[in-house]
Design a protein around this ligand. Structure first.
Ligand SMILES: [Cu+2]
Length: 187
């Protein structure tokens, strides 16, 4: 680790231990020693480690839908956990979050495209075969929808999941989020 990499990123618990009137006089190798000592302890991390949700305590996940993207673009899902997904529509259009593999996404894309020009309404009533339904949450502009959902326990199934919006035109504009299986503490 080059000391330069820590410029501006020195954890406050390290700098706080060195009185400011002294730091100017401390040879850099001493500061490096401090940092190495600090590295031996618990590592500071950018995002908190994920604790898998349970039925009694679902893990809350916020997913913002915008015109026409999801934020964040990657959603962590732990196989078998229960989540409480808050889909917030921060855009001007109706959006939806469909969770499923690529076959599910294609089924919804076809079904919704076929419904264009149907009865009035921004979200036409469409359906897909049950085995291709996945999970669907439709959210109006400025609204929020909550979904409690237990993630499949099969890792391969979870790894194949995509979150997509198939309100006509949205998917082709790239409105999708990837699913990632995060490392768990101790794994
Ligand atoms: Cu959309």
């Amino acid at each position: 680790m080059a000391p330069r990499e820590f410029a501006g990123a020195i954890p406050s618990f390290v700098t706080g231990a060195i009185p400011s009137f002294v730091t100017g006089a401390i040879p850099s190798f001493v500061i490096v020693a401090y940092l190495i000592a600090a590295c031996a302890g618990p590592q500071p991390v950018g995002t908190p480690p994920i604790t898998a949700g349970t039925g009694a305590q679902p893990r809350e996940i916020n997913l913002i839908a915008r015109d026409w993207e999801f934020v964040p673009p990657i959603v962590d899902l732990v196989p078998g956990e229960t989540i409480l997904l808050h889909v917030v529509n921060g855009g001007l259009e109706v959006h939806e979050a469909i969770i499923g593999d690529s076959a599910v996404q294609e089924a919804w894309e076809r079904a919704e495209a076929a419904a264009v020009g149907g009865p009035p309404g921004q979200t036409p009533t469409v359906s897909v075969p049950p085995e291709l339904a996945g999970v669907r949450v439709v959210v109006g502009s400025g609204e929020r929808a909550d979904l409690e959902w237990t993630v499949p326990s099969d890792t391969a199934v979870v790894a194949a999941l995509i979150i997509g919006c198939h309100i006509p035109g949205h998917w082709e504009r790239g409105m999708r989020a990837a699913v990632r299986i995060p490392p768990l503490p101790g794994s």
